[in-house]
Design a protein around this ligand. Structure first.
Ligand code: HGY
Ligand code: MN
Ligand code: MN
Ligand code: MN
Length: 392
């Protein structure tokens, strides 16, 4: 694959959903996402690949019988975090279509059905739960619970989807022989264009509700205040400190304040913790320590804190035999873990799954600065085509 051919197709989507920050606002099933889903259908039509929808919002473009036995899937997601990068997700979908082109040009005739997949709501940026589409496909979430998830405007996932999600596909595990998700690396480990995933760190999201006593910012004596912003600020520092101590990763990057007025001591501060670690025990240890320190601080501040676990993604160890086989196909590509969650991680609970990472020169992701070089992206397509040829 030449970098020019890759850039040619990439240029068709790179402006969709991009905003003045240079980042992307691609929330699941909102306007830019619907444009991308139409682009997906158009790409499939151009290749005579019939498109099926699994009733959960995930799209599948088929080369071969839809949901025929031992299907090999490749793909990723279109949605982004707010002001996120353009590669996280879409790179895997564009590369899937280009890999099909490359295999067809080489005369490959797959013995198994293959599909390019677009999973819905992977980032959880709109409805709050990451990997929503792949969790529905695999039965990892109750369809009614998924349908009731709401966005900031109060629109439910069911309303956005236009139906109650269908839930798990019967006999999924016998229908899929492998899923290969190509994704931009989110980190700075790769020194060669393409790597293979070994594992995904366990990670989760916890909502901290800090309640205090709303009051006048100018007239309330400092000694009389019960300010939840103080408890929140202390908890942010505690998360950073506990993560550093444990060699884990944690941040509190999303906050909501009521009433959110310059001259009013808040009555409520809602903050979300994202915590991850190489193993579950370390992650749990960090979260427990942060909750403990937040609770102790609330006692001093005269505030209350309530913690809700909003999503958990278990530790994923990809099929080691498949990862080694794929690394071999790619001339001993490096095999490396990631701290980022992926739909492939969700599916790995039920089907043989692998991930290919395309080098990210700066390692930056979930930011407008995310970037991958066209040459490396083209190498990623070559690698994906090689793997798909061997698997089909
Ligand atoms: O948050 C994550 O790890 C992924 O990018 N959804
Ligand atoms: Mn992401
Ligand atoms: Mn992603
Ligand atoms: Mn993903």
């Amino acid at each position: 694959m030449s970098a020019e051919v890759f850039s040619g197709l990439w240029s068709e989507i790179e402006s969709i959903g991009r905003v003045s920050s240079g980042g992307y606002m691609r929330y699941a099933l909102d306007t830019p996402d619907l444009v991308l889903r139409d682009w997906f259908r158009n790409q499939a039509d151009r290749r005579d690949m019939p498109v099926t929808d699994d009733g959960n919002g995930n799209l599948f473009a088929w080369w071969g019988d839809a949901w025929g036995r031992d299907a090999v899937l490749t793909g990723s997601h279109f949605d982004s975090v707010p002001h996120g990068g353009g590669y996280d997700g879409p790179l895997g979908i564009v590369s899937g279509f280009l890999a099909v082109d490359q295999l067809r040009a080489a005369g490959h005739r797959p013995a198994r059905p293959m599909a390019v997949v677009a999973f819905v709501e992977e980032e959880g940026g709109r409805f709050g739960l990451p990997c929503l589409g792949s969790r529905l496909l695999t039965g990892a979430i109750d369809p009614a619970k998924a349908a009731a998830l709401t966005d900031r405007e109060g629109v439910t996932f069911g309303e956005a989807l236009g139906a109650t999600p269908a839930g798990p596909l019967p006999g999924l595990t016998s229908r899929i022989s492998a899923l290969v998700e190509l994704h931009i690396e989110q980190g700075r480990q790769l020194e060669v264009p393409v790597g293979v995933a070994s594992a995904i760190w366990p990670h989760g999201r916890w909502r901290f509700d800090f309640t205090g006593h709303g009051d006048h910012a100018g007239t309330t004596r400092m000694a009389d205040r019960r300010d939840p912003m103080l408890t929140f600020a202390y908890t942010v520092l505690a998360a950073n400190k506990e993560a550093r101590l444990a060699g884990a990763h944690a941040t509190m990057a999303r906050v909501e304040v009521e009433p959110n007025a310059t001259n009013a001591i808040p009555s409520l501060v809602r903050g979300w913790l994202d915590a991850r670690a190489a193993d579950t025990a370390t992650m749990d240890g960090v979260v427990d320590a942060v909750v403990k320190r937040a609770t102790e601080r609330a006692g001093r501040d005269g505030t209350e804190v309530a913690v809700t676990s909003e999503s958990l993604s278990a530790e994923v160890t990809f099929d080691t035999e498949l990862a080694a086989r794929i690394a071999g196909m790619l001339g001993d590509a490096p095999i490396l873990p990631t701290g980022a969650g992926h739909d492939a991680g969700v599916l790995s609970a039920q089907v043989p799954t692998a991930m290919l990472f395309v080098r990210n020169p700066t390692g930056i992701s979930h930011s407008p600065a995310e970037h991958a070089e066209p040459d490396d992206c083209a190498a990623g397509v070559d690698a994906l085509a090689t793997v798909l040829r061997e698997l089909t």
